[in-house]
Design a protein around this ligand. Sequence first.
Ligand SMILES: Cc1cc2nc3c(=O)[nH]c(=O)nc-3n(C[C@H](O)[C@H](O)[C@H](O)COP(=O)(O)OP(=O)(O)OC[C@H]3O[C@@H](n4cnc5c(N)ncnc54)[C@H](O)[C@@H]3O)c2cc1C
Length: 541
Amino acid sequence: MNPIGSRRYDAILVGGGHNGLTAAAYLARAGLRVLVLERRAILGGCCVTEEIAPGCRASTTSYIASMLRPEVIRDLRLAHHGLRMVPCEPALQVPFEDGTVLPWWSSSERTAEELRRIAPRDAAAFLATEQRLKRLARYLQPFLLEPPPDLDARGLNGAREKWRLLRRFRGIRGREITDLLAFMTGSLGELLDRDFEHDKTKRLILANSLYGKHGGPYQPGTAFGLLFHLLSGGEHEQQGFFGHVLGGMGAITQALAAAARSHGAELRTAAPVARIVVRDGQAGGVALESGEEIEAATVLSNADPKRTFLGLLEANELPESFRAAIGGIRMAGPCAKVNLVLGEEPRVSGMPADADPLRRSLFTLAPTLEQAERCYDQAKLGELSEQLWVDCVVASNVDDSLAPPGRHILTCFVQYVPYRLREGDWDRQRERLGDLVVRKVGEFAPNVPGAVIARQVLTPLDLERIYGLTEGNIFHGDLSLEQLFFMRPVAGWAQYRTPVRGLYLCGAGAHPGGGVTGAPGYNAAHQLLRDLRRRVFPLPE
Ligand SMILES: Cc1cc2nc3c(=O)[nH]c(=O)nc-3n(C[C@H](O)[C@H](O)[C@H](O)COP(=O)(O)OP(=O)(O)OC[C@H]3O[C@@H](n4cnc5c(N)ncnc54)[C@H](O)[C@@H]3O)c2cc1C
């Protein structure tokens, strides 16, 4: 593609998260002159590996790669740029108070075999539910790497958009339609109570759902999370893929950055953007906090929608109704992360003696459905529950480059915690959260509390301050049905374009949403390239 006008850059990316880097790589590959500006000293957003104690590195925020699009891995030659993933096996496992451990293997039959030992009817129900979900996931999967249908399109375009939507669901009939509606609108809790009998089965399935969700398991729409987790990922497009990334999650963004650079993109860190410059309704570049102004024909924001539209643009540059809709996006946490360096490997009670390091590398302290619901309710009211849900990964069991011999890295993803505390503030409650998490892990791996050498506690407020996530929301906006698909970031603006011509949204706040997928970045870049070819917006001189 030829340069757009006379400016030094064709496209500036505000933010070097994995989606910004993905977009930058595709745009540079298409021949555009691209500049990425990241506010932090490190690229990657919340897909990074950072030192948490001397010589000890951890995936400080995201920690498992599940839905990174295979197309992105292939197109951008991420393996060539150093990306290596090891499939999790089991994908997850839950230890219980009675000293048993229940794994969810990549083989459905093997998982069903585990369930048969505790509840034979659950084994059959598990196989049937997984089959239904896998079939439905295939209808939704193609939507990941294309913009949602444009409901406002008219005439021939309108017909084309409707055809695109219908074509994706071609062949869907009968039970599949009712299943799709049930999963989209029903609650996970009610589904599990209806179809499964044993508490352990329900906790295992809960452990594979609702991460980062603003809602307890009995909230309508929560069953949808199950479908998300059965979309494919990994190099080999495996349904329900979960992968450890060698070198930590930062290896993904390092590979993306290398791909972008190989196509000529410039990447700058410690370069916070203060303002997106708009002239006559058209994005024309950015002003940095340092005062430097950089011109570009187009701007793509990897920052979340609230930060982008309410923080980086003047109020008079956007329609008031749009600003109000953006202001109404539900965010508010509800997650935290506690990263630990240990002097010994966690010894989970009940872990089989012959479990290999891969199996010993993850365990989820999943509450019962009722506890999860109560925990969410407390968080909703601004309280910190003692019954936290903690997802643990012993990354050093899979990757000995993360810590020196004798040191172990345990990362703990925590929910539900409030963004706004009813009493006190996070600066005063941070260590209490750390203590609660370590105590909880100690209930299942008794050697952990005494083995802690270093601890990093990231509250929702820290996620906001350090990683730039408004209200600490890990997905740039909750993944609830009314904030997905053609309603993401807000209804009427799901095509990556914004009310400012030449300004695009390319992060997790856009379709298909959060998680390390690369999909919003891919889609936004392709939308911009299509717009340039069709000359949809007036190009600058
Ligand atoms: C604790 C935690 C655990 C998670 N666990 C997982 C997991 O295991 N698996 C998974 O798939 N997903 C997980 N996620 C979610 C996933 O990491 C995110 O949804 C995804 O990485 C978002 O990517 P992004 O590129 O859209 O945005 P971000 O990663 O948020 O990147 C946005 C970038 O923009 C930068 N920026 C913002 N404002 C400016 C500005 N004014 N100027 C310059 N730069 C700016 C930010 O610094 C940041 O680098 C987790 C997230 C968190 C926080």
